[in-house]
Design a protein around this ligand. Structure first.
Ligand SMILES: *[C@@H]1O[C@H](CO)[C@@H](O)[C@H](O)[C@H]1NC(C)=O
Length: 306
């Protein structure tokens, strides 16, 4: 077969020597262009890989921060007037949240978070919470809290502003914690030494025990700042909390049943969650679903005694 091909080529060469040369030449040039473009792409990929490497190793914007202060979001601020942050009708409230004094509790979470961060200049303050309310439009709880802190002049602690950022995807309290730890790694290049969570006092057991142990984070480096619920909402809040807590007891990672369905409802705008990009070391924790604690190893395992 190869021989017959050669014979045929020879025949064409004899018949149209010039045309034959042109065809062979253009075939050769095409091949050359093809090969060189593959080579170029390869070189480019290698170069950009090196660039990423550089970013990974050297230039995290908050590489000096060692501790995380996380304020868990509960609502989205919807008023166009920043002067009314402590009024209920400035916030998007679910029916169970519509109580006098509710807005003031959000404000005190923000203030507590800023105060805690101000006391520790190695801390990064993260407001955490996604675009959870359809009727509030595509604005996140985290952005709302940051904007409120800004409108309040950071409660006189101006230096906190440059260390206060957002985690904009969490749909429940476990995600507030997990996603913020991932965000911390993304911003600093490492995992927090100490974690301080700011939320309602009646959620302490949920955060400091259930969520913290689901993440295998050492108790000695976990702190909780709780503020009271508004008086009128207290009874309902405690009942609701008991129910959610028992759901998390059975489903600590919130990945099946009602906790899972609640998360889907709290994502009306179908935001793609970027994590565990930014925190590859704990990717397993993001993928894990089970009622027993995550069995894999975690970056803070080795520092439990530190
Ligand atoms: C973490 O908290 C403990 C207890 O308050 C403290 O002694 C330690 O210095 C903190 N670590 C960092 C890195 O701030």
């Amino acid at each position: 077969m190869f021989k017959s091909l050669l014979n045929r080529l020879h025949h064409y060469f004899k018949l149209h020597p010039i045309l034959f040369c042109i065809v062979v030449l253009s075939f050769g040039i095409t091949l050359l262009i093809f090969v060189s473009s593959i080579y170029e792409n390869h070189v480019r990929a290698t170069v950009s890989y090196k660039k990423n490497d550089l970013v990974e190793n050297d230039v995290y914007p908050f590489a000096k921060m060692r501790n995380l202060v996380m304020v868990a979001g509960h609502s989205v601020y919807t008023s166009s007037d920043c002067g009314k942050v402590d009024k209920e009708d400035s916030w998007f409230l679910e029916s169970y949240q519509k109580n006098p004094g509710q807005a003031a509790t959000f404000l005190s979470h923000i203030q507590e978070g800023v105060k805690a961060a101000a006391k520790d200049d190695e801390s990064l303050l993260l407001f955490s919470g996604g675009e959870t309310r359809k009727d509030a439009g595509p604005r996140s709880e985290a952005q709302s809290y940051w904007a409120v802190a800004e409108s309040k002049g950071w409660f006189g602690k101006d230096d906190v502003r440059s260390r206060a950022l957002t985690e904009e995807h969490a749909r429940d309290s476990f995600e507030n914690l997990l996603f913020s730890v991932c965000r911390f790694r993304e911003l600093t290049g490492s995992y927090p030494q100490n974690i301080t969570v700011v939320s309602y006092d009646f959620k302490e057991e949920r955060f400091a025990h259930l969520h913290r142990s689901a993440m295998g984070f050492p108790e000695s480096r976990f702190f909780y700042l709780g503020t009271p619920a508004s008086l009128s909402s207290k009874e309902g809040a405690l009942k609701g909390e008991a129910m959610v807590r028992s759901q998390f007891q059975e489903d600590p990672y919130g990945c099946v049943g009602s906790l899972w369905r609640k998360k889907l409802k709290r994502d009306p705008f179908h935001r793609t969650i970027p994590y565990p990009n930014g925190c590859p070391e704990i990717g397993g924790l993001f993928r894990y679903c089970g009622s027993a604690p995550f069995p894999g190893s975690l970056p803070w395992d080795y520092t439990r005694l530190a």
